[in-house]
Design a binder for this molecule. Structure first.
Ligand code: GAP
Length: 463
């Protein structure tokens, strides 16, 4: 198996080699921590999003979806608190080279900051040694770093040609706010009654101080979020019950996408570390090769957002109970999932080695291609013709790859690395007996299947 040290390098290299993820703007020397999804990467990402939408919107009758604008009225961000200190990271700067670091808690050990000093400025560390465990506070006191400054994460832009104060706008830093701002329109058109949820998948932007670790922390990424509206605690004391229901749902999702559950930890976030809007948060942390860090978050946002939007907009955002006629602001439980982090955790969980062979044990639902079809030899017209017929037929049902380059071994190798569950080879026996070789990605075992049974065979296997 891959050693933990190098697993991340292996994933990054496989992603580039096979077309999952490329460095963004590479021919111009790249753009720090921007990544582009390649032909199979975009399929995997779309499959993740489609599965999430199916599971939480199509297969439930208490959740509806929306697709909102990325740039919203700046008042949205005033009301939500994102323009204030609540949506800012603490930042320190190296006194020598001015490199910046996140410093959320100056009292906890600051490994990244110390690693930076011992690697870039070793002449300054004296007798302490490279592996010393020091706090950020100590490093600031000893004048290695500046005092922490708050740095707001909103991505600014201008609407229209004039770059004036009055035209400042922001790219959304979370998809959530549209679900609150559109609450009344959603309620009036969907006729849902409490409890019910609103779901959205979309791109968000954050001016992160220290992006990094491949697609783990970037400045633009995609989220899959649900705002689940529940009665306020006065009327129904069970917000914790809904919270726990969503905690279970998130574990159900983690299992469905094939993320290694033994590497998931539910971490209760303390009062001082929670986001400004949350009364309870659980982070679902994953053991990445670079440490245990957040994969998803689940928060009890109370009525914080609806209350503030009601105040800022002057509009009535209350829900009316049709039975009692009472009006009130619902409270909210929010499961929030990053698409890119899902993809990273899925890839890390699926990566496997069997001797020289590298393969991705992706769930068939997520695999970019469900099967690949090969003619044994590309220069034998009758083999190519038969293989092409089978390929065209299977394509009506599944996403199928075609490959006739190189030898069969190399073709298997390429499909294994992108997680294609089955490879179908058309050989000379096929022409005589009407059957094909089907090879299983995980076991590398092969069996002969009649051409007329192939569609059904694959459908069953891929279920
Ligand atoms: N609406 C709540 C919210 O946005 P968050 O914890 O800030 O909460 C939710 O973000 C999820 O978005 C995270 O759990 C993570 O999966 C993903 N995420 C956050 N920042 C990210 C970044 N810079 N790059 C990639 N994914 C990120």
């Amino acid at each position: 198996m891959a050693g933990q040290e190098s697993l991340m390098e292996k994933i990054v290299s496989l992603c580039k080699r096979r077309g999952f993820v490329f460095p963004g703007s590479e021919i111009y020397g790249g753009l720090a921590n921007s990544w582009d999804y390649g032909p199979v990467g975009v399929e995997l990402k779309n499959n993740i999003k489609q599965l999430w939408w199916d599971r939480f919107v199509h297969r439930r009758d208490d959740i509806v979806g929306i697709g909102a604008a990325l740039i919203m009225n700046p008042k949205v961000w005033e009301a939500s608190g994102h323009l204030g200190a609540g949506f800012a990271d603490q930042l320190v700067e190296c006194e020598r080279c001015h490199e910046r670091f996140r410093c959320d808690d100056p009292n906890s050990p600051a490994k990244e900051m110390w690693d930076h000093i011992s690697e870039k400025h070793p002449e300054t560390i004296g007798s302490r040694g490279r592996s010393a465990a020091v706090t950020a506070f100590k490093l600031i006191e000893e004048k290695y770093y500046t005092k922490p400054k708050k740095f707001n994460l909103m991505f600014k832009t201008f609407i229209g040609p004039a770059e004036e104060q009055a035209n400042i706008a922001y790219f959304r830093p979370e998809t959530a706010q549209a679900m609150f701002v559109d609450f009344k329109n959603i309620l009036n058109t969907s006729r849902k009654t409490l409890p019910f949820g609103v779901a959205q998948i979309g791109r968000v932007f954050r001016n992160e101080i220290t992006p990094g670790n491949f697609i783990f922390r970037t400045r633009e990424f995609e989220q899959m979020e649900i705002e689940y509206f529940i009665p306020p605690p006065k009327r129904d004391k069970d917000w914790n019950g809904y919270f726990e229901m969503w905690q279970k749902e998130m574990h159900g999702w983690i299992k469905e996408v094939g993320i290694d559950e033994s590497k998931i930890h539910d971490v209760e976030i303390s009062d001082s570390e929670r986001a400004h809007y949350s009364k309870r948060t659980i982070d679902f942390e994953f053991e990445y090769p670079f440490g245990q860090k957040e994969l998803y978050g689940l928060a009890y946002r109370t009525d914080f957002d609806l209350k503030n939007h009601e105040k800022m907009s002057g509009q009535n955002l209350k829900y009316k109970d049709n039975e009692t006629g009472e009006e009130f602001l619902p409270h909210v439980i929010e499961p929030s999932l990053g698409v890119d982090r899902t993809m990273l955790a899925v890839l890390l969980s699926a990566y496997a080695e069997d001797g020289e062979r590298v393969f991705l044990k992706l769930k068939p639902k997520l695999a970019p291609y469900k099967a690949a079809v090969f003619p044994l030899l590309r220069n034998k017209e009758e083999l190519v013709k038969k293989a092409r017929e089978i390929y065209e037929d299977l394509r009506k049902k599944f996403m199928v790859a075609w490959d006739d380059r190189g030898n069969i071994g190399k073709r298997y190798y390429a499909q294994d690395e992108i997680g294609t569950p089955y490879c179908v080879t058309v050989d000379f026996d096929t022409l005589e007996k009407g059957d094909v070789t089907v090879r299983d990605r995980d076991t590398a075992t092969q069996e002969r299947i009649k051409i007329e049974d192939l569609g059904e065979f694959l459908s069953k296997k891929l279920e």
